[in-house]
Write a protein that binds this ligand. Sequence first.
Ligand code: ADE
Length: 240
Amino acid sequence: MINFHVLTLFPEMVLNALNTSIIGRAVSNNIITLCATDIRDFSENKHLRVDDYPYGGGAGMVMQPGPVYKAYEHALSYMKSAPRVIYLTPQGKTFDQNMAREFALSGDLIFLCGHYEGIDERVLEEIVTDNVSIGDYVLTGGELAAMVMIDAISRMVPGVLSNDESGEFETFHDNLLEYPQYTRPEEFHGRKVPAVLLSGHHANIEKWRRQQSLLRTKKARPDLFARVKLSDEDNEFLKS
Ligand code: ADE
């Protein structure tokens, strides 16, 4: 059981996107919960503004600390344990599968999504436990990044994926990319399914898949490949 709570200026964006498909099913099955709090509900001014000009000048607007802090307190009131608070920012540590696995072990997670030029530093200092980026590019807000993280974390939570969908032996397991997959028909636009997959010989199929994963990873992601633990058989194959 894991409770996700997103602090955002666009709660519908997050809820609409995540309440579909596999994550929506997990919510219906009470394996995860998903809440979103609108930071604007905690605006401290009559125009419902939550941003203001930056002290010291410069372009853009900065989200004020008060509404963010109050939205955080509101989220806390739903939670039992002291949650980790993740601030989505290109300045954070880059999200990866290991981080997804680790966050999946937590009970409660709060995601803080910024907009404009950022959020007043003082409230970040006070509440944020983890700064996380989803990659080296700049988004218009943290929502898409939070959704990416929630999706990847959820599928690591026991019961979210069925046995069929289970993530045990797929991409990034052992730092290897996944082998190619095929289904019917046996021939498509003149391209045949590799014969070994039709052979019914399980040991050969496993061997072929491992070899495909090795070749793919070596070619597409030399950085990952450098971390793969190679068996004697792998080394033998790679030499040939
Ligand atoms: N907010 C803006 N850009 C982002 C990124 N790359 N990762 C996480 N949060 C962001």
